[in-house]
Write a protein that binds this ligand. Structure first.
Ligand SMILES: CC(C)(COP(=O)(O)OP(=O)(O)OC[C@H]1O[C@@H](n2cnc3c(N)ncnc32)[C@H](O)[C@@H]1OP(=O)(O)O)[C@@H](O)C(=O)NCCC(=O)NCCS
Length: 306
């Protein structure tokens, strides 16, 4: 970009209630960060980004800022959100600055807005993520007093390279190894009569390793599970659910019904040995390392003021 960065101003904007212009600015910034994280892969179209924002489940209370030049050019964005179904101490967020505007204090100003909000609504801990492909996030997080809570690997399985005979044999062994279990498959939104089960399955996520992350559980009810479903559909996503699992069975179904799908992506903590064992056996390759950070809001405010 050949223009000289000027002096972007930070404005509070809406996300769920954002105007199209506000959401387009946030989308532009996020799409650039996404390209830095995964060069060459496409990003979410603006239309589904807007639908994602509009249908954000009501359990999330969101706050958003953009930094714009006087001519309207977006330079960065920040957001934070709390989850009424989760730990009342926690605020989650992010700060994104476009490359030409970095190392001029804009990240600091955007973080200030996030930290002030967390403080104003009485959430003492801020959580955020950084990615191994963008080293500045790590330096920035340390500088503001963040502590690493958990390190996760995102990995991909190229379906063309799967040993299907092995997967078929796992699926065939399933009924014997898990006698009394049955598999129940749903394509898209779940019907009302399984929403209580869906809420229970969401609660299973609380049992994944937390490592050093000081976070409590997230527990949604059936109505919130239905909202999450609507949110996925409205933002253009399609979900397959297999209750009483068997990853092998899901892969076989994927091969049979969606031959256009080239690869499967998943994210797990490095400490999640049980999940990683099956990922390794299947041949997943690590494509990104995501570090989750936590910081005490009061200490971060002090660091920002210095
Ligand atoms: C991390 C990020 C937000 C920093 O934005 P920025 O506007 O460049 O940050 P600032 O100029 O306010 O930097 C504040 C301090 O962070 C540290 N820092 C930021 N980038 C750094 C880098 N590349 N190398 C070393 N230190 C860095 C420095 O201590 C800096 O203070 P200094 O310039 O006085 O030395 C930006 O690089 C970015 O958007 N990265 C991708 C997304 C991301 O990882 N976000 C972080 C958490 S959600």
């Amino acid at each position: 970009m050949d223009r000289q960065p000027l002096n972007p101003q930070v404005h509070r904007v809406g996300f769920r209630s954002g105007t199209i212009d506000e959401l387009a600015a946030q989308h532009l910034v996020e799409a650039e960060i996404e390209s830095e994280r995964h060069p060459g892969s496409g990003h979410q179209p603006l239309e589904s980004y807007v639908a994602f924002a509009r249908s954000l489940p009501s359990q999330f209370d969101d706050h958003t800022w953009i930094a714009v030049e006087s001519d309207g050019t977006p330079a960065g964005s920040a957001a934070c959100w709390s989850n009424a179904a989760g730990d009342p101490r926690i605020m989650q967020g992010y700060v994104y600055v476009r490359r030409p505007w970095r190392r001029r204090g804009l990240g600091w100003r955007l973080l200030n807005a996030v930290v002030d909000e967390a403080s104003a609504v009485g959430r003492p801990t801020l959580l955020w993520s950084t990615y191994d492909s963008i080293a500045s996030g790590d330096a920035f997080s340390r500088r503001v007093g963040g502590r690493v809570g958990r390190v996760n690997r995102t990995s991909e399985l190229v379906l063309a390279g799967v040993e299907w005979e092995r997967v078929e044999s796992w699926a065939a062994q399933g009924p014997r190894r898990a006698a009394g279990c049955r598999l129940e498959f749903w394509d898209g939104p779940l019907p009302e009569h399984v929403l209580d089960d869906a809420a229970r399955v969401h609660a299973l996520m609380n049992t994944q390793p937390h490592d050093d992350l000081e976070v409590g559980d997230v527990n949604i009810d059936a109505m919130q599970a239905a909202e999450v479903d609507r949110h996925l559909v409205e933002s253009g996503r399609r979900r397959w659910t297999l209750f009483v699992r068997a990853k092998a069975t899901m892969l076989l179904r994927l091969r049979a019904k969606r031959p256009d799908v080239l690869c499967v992506r998943t994210s797990n903590a490095f400490s999640n040995e049980a999940m990683l064992a099956i990922n390794t056996a299947l041949g997943f390759d690590i494509v990104e390392v995501r570090t989750e950070w936590q910081g005490r809001v009061a200490e971060m405010r002090e660091a920002l003021a210095r």
